[in-house]
Design a protein around this ligand. Structure first.
Ligand SMILES: NC(=O)c1ccc[n+]([C@@H]2O[C@H](COP(=O)([O-])OP(=O)(O)OC[C@H]3O[C@@H](n4cnc5c(N)ncnc54)[C@H](O)[C@@H]3O)[C@@H](O)[C@H]2O)c1
Length: 467
């Protein structure tokens, strides 16, 4: 590998592939073994000696019975919601905990029904409509909520889940604008007060290679961090589901990726993962940024979003982060991060290259991070250890929102400006009471144009699309 994290792109991609191939069965078995010994310690603390001695020799099933069974609901059962349901089920086995999915909720009845069949949920616990999430959260015995709708609904659903006293796994990103972030901050703090556990779908935070590498970076393995780069550069376009539905709101929700109030645009929707890694490494969020971007290959398709962004961020300690994301057909693609320090470079997924020294590579075991994030949440619930990723994922989401607004507007944007902004992209009821929303009309914006877009003005400057 070269020392320059940007020019070592090809090496980094090769390295990423190797790391992924190493997420093998052995890793799962190792985690299982570690988990079982932790389960024993937990039990010994809570039981009489005689009972503990019997259980130490007992099969895994008996040990599982000493733990709180988990009854989960999935809210938003599309691709990721269904995947998260499977990951939760796998994680239960690894953690040795009893549990099942007891209800599913989706805005569309067919999706709810399909998921109900997949997860063997009785028909009366398959809910649909704008208020489906409330009905699912109200099912007796539910203590684990999986939130996987499009991002626009996340803040309201998270708030409702915390108010209902549930532990939460929520997908990223968690909002699309400043007011949504404020809802998430407040709900994350309320979850802490109630001792509810919260994990987020920023799965790199649960991936052993990243965890071990970033620990070493924080211990100074490459000196002071000077620059970081974050890439989510797809080699092709994002899906477009066409315009299906009898009202504009239905057309937008079915094709949600293409509407800012539902998706937050590409920089927020997907690139949040890489921005999150950079914030994790620096141990802070950037406070200002400036950037650019465009809508190049989406021309002719319905929707508001752009398909590429380039943003430069500045952290309070002076470190810079260069962020590129795009969903454009092109020759190269890379989803990765790179770090430059005063004494070396790193690919934080598992490589450290000190200047003039030998490279260190992560060679340990890894459970797939999509399963591990549920294992970690389940263990935090069972052992009552702290886990609340609500604020952390909200900060990474706001980092993306800040970059997006800088690029859309063509002006520099500061953290407090976007955090305290009042403009909401979605319908009025979205943060007030989204269960009461109804199918009907909703406006579509023209794709943002720098110098003609400013959500910080009152009233905000955002040209509407022609009807
Ligand atoms: N962590 C990851 O790597 C990862 C990977 C994929 C997706 N995701 C995230 O998961 C989320 C969902 O993505 P997806 O790919 O599953 O999308 P999807 O379109 O496949 O599924 C979304 C589902 O939510 C439903 N829905 C929409 N509005 C709803 C509402 N108000 N109430 C209940 N259900 C509603 C839709 O009908 C659909 O079934 C996104 O935030 C995405 O970023 C994360």
């Amino acid at each position: 590998m070269t020392n320059d994290p940007v020019t070592s792109l090809i090496d980094a991609q090769r390295f990423e592939r190797t790391i992924k191939q190493k997420q093998n069965l052995k890793g799962l078995m190792q985690a299982d073994t570690n988990q079982q010994s932790l389960s024993r310690r937990q039990f010994l603390r809570n039981s009489t000696l005689a009972a503990a001695a019997a259980v130490v020799a007992a099969p895994a099933m008996l040990r599982a019975q000493s733990k709180t069974p988990l009854n989960a609901v999935i809210i938003g059962v599309g691709g990721r919601g269904s995947g998260a349901g499977r990951d939760f089920t796998e994680a239960l086995k690894i953690a040795g905990v009893e549990g099942k999915i007891v209800a599913v909720a989706d805005i569309f009845p067919d999706a709810a029904k399909r998921a109900g069949q997949t997860f063997e949920v009785s028909e009366d616990k398959c809910f649909s409509g704008f208020d489906a999430y409330q009905k699912a959260l109200a099912v007796p015995g539910v203590n684990y909520a999986i939130l996987a709708t499009p991002p626009g609904f996340r803040a309201s659903h998270f708030k409702a889940a915390v108010e209902a006293g549930k532990n939460v796994f929520m997908e990223k990103p968690v909002a699309v604008d400043g007011p949504g972030i404020q809802v998430v901050y407040a709900a994350a703090d309320a979850a802490k007060e109630k001792n509810l556990k919260v994990a987020a779908g920023t799965q790199r935070r649960h991936q052993a290679g990243y965890i071990e590498t970033i620990k070493r970076l924080k211990e100074g393995a490459i000196g002071d961090i000077v620059t970081l780069r974050a890439y989510w550069v797809n080699g092709g376009p994002i899906w477009h589901r066409g315009d299906q539905g009898s009202t504009e709101l239905e057309r937008q929700i079915r094709n949600w990726y293409h509407y800012i109030w539902l998706c937050g645009d590409h920089i927020c929707e997907q690139h949040v993962h890489n921005l999150d890694v950079c914030n994790w490494i620096v141990g802070d969020h950037p406070t200002k940024c400036w950037g650019m971007g465009a809508r190049q290959q989406l021309e002719g398709k319905s929707g508001e979003i752009w398909d590429n962004f380039a943003v430069e961020y500045e952290y309070p300690n002076g470190a810079r982060m260069y962020s590129y994301c795009g969903q454009i057909k092109r020759e190269w693609a890379s989803v990765s991060e790179g770090v430059q320090g005063t004494k070396g470079t790193s690919n934080p997924s598992g490589l450290i290259q000190p200047k003039g020294g030998a490279a260190w590579r992560y060679k340990g075991k890894e459970v797939g991070p999509y399963v591990q994030e549920h294992v970690d949440l389940i263990n935090a619930i069972q052992k009552d250890t702290p886990l609340n990723e609500g604020r952390q994922v909200a900060e990474s989401t706001l980092t993306a929102i800040m970059g997006r607004e800088a690029a859309y507007s063509g002006a520099g944007v500061e953290w407090d400006q976007v955090l305290n902004s009042k403009f909401t992209y979605g319908p009025d009821l979205l943060y007030k009471d989204c269960a009461k929303m109804e199918w009907g009309a909703f406006r579509t914006l023209q794709p943002p144009m720098p110098s003609m877009h400013d959500i910080f003005k009152d009233p905000a400057v955002l040209p509407l699309a022609k009807a």
